[in-house]
Design a protein. Structure first.
Length: 131
């Protein structure tokens, strides 16, 4: 753990094609003037989220793996791995909105995951607060 990391509580609300899920986790956060780094555990995975320069990067390691880069108005290439099968995924990002203070980060991400001919509309809301 880096010295600049602080323990935090993370509230995450996700919607995939309109179906919602909310979780609260303990994690670690590093806050800067215009950037935030966050690490937290889900049931069977470790998730890292970086926010900076109007973009978000999500890396998930565990039951399934995922690497996504979200940039407003752009379609970017990512990776997804399920049961040892790895493939490419395209992420069409509609918006990356966030606010960073010295105590918390709040983020709202709208994007589509494009896997082959499948499209999944995603919405992620996140609040991570030191404490």
């Amino acid at each position: 753990r880096k010295e600049s990391m602080h323990s935090c509580q993370v509230m995450i609300s996700t919607k995939a094609d309109g179906k919602g899920n909310e979780i609260i986790r303990e994690g670690e956060i590093e806050l800067f003037l215009r950037a935030a780094n966050l690490v937290y555990c889900e049931e069977n995975a470790l998730v890292r989220l970086s926010i900076h320069d109007d973009m978000a990067e999500i890396v998930r390691e565990g039951d399934y793996t995922m690497e996504l880069v979200l940039q407003s108005g752009k379609t970017t290439k990512g990776k997804i791995g399920i049961n040892g099968n790895h493939g490419d995924v395209l992420t069409k990002t509609h918006s990356v909105e966030y606010k960073i203070t010295e105590d918390y980060v709040v983020a709202h991400l709208f994007y589509d995951l494009l896997i082959g001919t499948e499209k999944q509309k995603m919405e992620l809301r996140l609040l991570a607060k030191k404490g």
